[in-house]
Structure formats: C-alpha cells, structure tokens
Design a protein around this ligand. Sequence first.
Ligand code: TRP
Length: 337
Amino acid sequence: MQQGQDRVFAGIRCTGRQHIGNYLGAIQNFVALQDKYECVYSIVDLHSLTTLTDTEELQDNVRETALDLLASGIRPEETILYAQSHVPEISELHLLLSMVTPIGRLMNVPTFKEKAKAQPENVNYGLVGYPVLQTADIVLYRANKVPVGEDQLPHLELAREIVRRFNNIFGDTFPEPEAELTSAPMVLGFDNRKMSKSYGNSLDMAATPEETFQAIRTAITDPQRVRRNDPGRPEVCNVYTLHGFFGPENQPKINSACRSAEIGCVDCKKMLSESVNDYFGPIRARREELSANPEAVDEILIDGARRARVIASEVLADVKDAVGLPASLPEMANVNA
Ligand code: TRP
C-alpha cells in the first residue's frame, strides 16, 4: 500500500446511469484518489434492496454504473472495482457488527427517518440496518479513508461508533474510518432542487449531445427575466453556475452579455450544452467502446470481486477469531468428528 497503511473505500449506489452531479460530486474524486491511495470501490447492489422491491433492472444498473466509472478513469488494474453482492463475506460481517450496534442509535439516523417516512409500507429490517451494512463495507477492507459528501456524515459517525464498540469488546480489530470530505460542489438540477435522478431534474453523463440540450433547455433561469430583452442576473441563475463547472472560461463574457440582455437564456443554454458535450466527449467515447464489450466489463467486476475476497476473507477470519467463533470449515469439521 502507498502512503503507510491508507486505504480508501467508497460505496456507489447503482441507480443506473450516473448524472453529471454524481460526476462532479463523487466520481471525479474517486478517480483522483487513485493517484494517492490504494482504492476499493464497491457498487452497492445489496443496499439497493432496502428500498427496491422490483429488482429486474438492478444488475443492468450495476453494469451501467461500472461503465460510467470505468469511462471516467477508474483503473481496474490498480483499483478494486466490484459489485457488493459478489463478495459474500459482507453478509457475515454485517451480522457480526449488528451485535454491537445499538438499535436506538439506528432509529435516529436521519436517512432512516426520511426513508421510513417516504416508504411507510416498507420499513424493513434491512433499512434500519443500512448503516451497519455500510460500516461492514468499509471495515471488511480495514479501509480508513472514506470519500463522502456531507449527507453521509451521520453514517460515518455511526461507523466509527460501531468500530469503537467492537474494538472495545473484542480487542483492536479495525481502524476507525475517517470521512474524506470532498470539497465537491452541491450541483443543482434543472428545477433548482438538488440534482437527483428521483426528481427527474438531472442529466446523465452518458447522454447524447441532443439529449443534453433537451435537458438543459428545461432549466430554470433568472425568474425575473421574463422577456428576451429583460436584463438577467447571473448570480441567481443555475445555468450560469453550471457554466462555472463545465466552461468557466466563458463565464465573464456570459456574465456581461446576460446583464445587458445581449444574449438570451436559450443562447446561454446552447453554449452550456456545447461545453457539457465537450467536457464529457472523451468520457462518452470511452463508454461507447467499453459498452460494445459487455463481457469484458463483467470480467472486470468479477476480477475485482476475486481480489476483494482475498482481503475480505482474511479480515473476516480475524473478526471471527476476535469474537470467539471458529474461523473456517475444516476446524468445524473437527468439532463434528
Ligand atoms: N450510503 C452511500 C450513499 O448513499 C453509499 C455507500 C454504501 C457507501 N456503502 C458505503 C459510501 C461505504 C461510503 C462507504 O451514497
């Protein structure tokens, strides 16, 4: 491992194609971390089962997510990229960690309360245990750095508590994972709410140029700019903010041309679409190449899972030993002899 014993772990939800907010907020950072650390990235399909009952598209979504990550520059020869359900050790560790997790603590996690409200007909056991599974994800590789956005801090805090409790009871087994807060911008969608697939206000990284313009066209701009001749206020306009991410060099001229009503919002959106298309052009081309060979992508995930399991099975053996459970099947065979 590089830089002492540092290991990065991140879980990525497999909601299908990733949107440009996911890219700016997370994926870009996952790619950059590879230069400094050993990285393990898991596409968390088991976590999806806490909110999904229709799982028909789940494995396709895992592949779509893998494509976006690989096209963005995740290097599978160095980095371990895999699907969570391919590493069964996670379930055993999840169970063992559940024994040191106070239920009251789980019931107070903000994401649990939100989800319980959003799906009152399906407040399942797995949903309550979501942060325990997330903790198991991380410590199954004894990862100590976890790149997350602010919304994940309560989960990370709980992960640290679970680790401390486990270490206290059973002896020092895991490092306490630390959040690597990404200085990622909060990217707003085209309706000015947080960009999210579930709000239908997002743009997929992998969109075509035409889809890109059609999505950006719907974006809310300055609400006071009703007519083409009205002067605009870039400081309240999300389209202007998005220019800052994808074509910052255009911002000064757009700023003045918007204020003087020299350009209209449609012009401005066309320019943004071009910048976004230029920005994602090489990534989209790589994605196209990769998706022409789905078996190769599956093989990358399987190879990732293999390498993940080498670490995971060692850690799990240590954990079972710490808890006082027999470590492996051969020893159990002796018990029955
Ligand atoms: N809960 C995270 C999210 O909603 C995904 C996740 C699962 C994760 N396991 C993780 C993130 C482990 C970091 C570490 O985005």
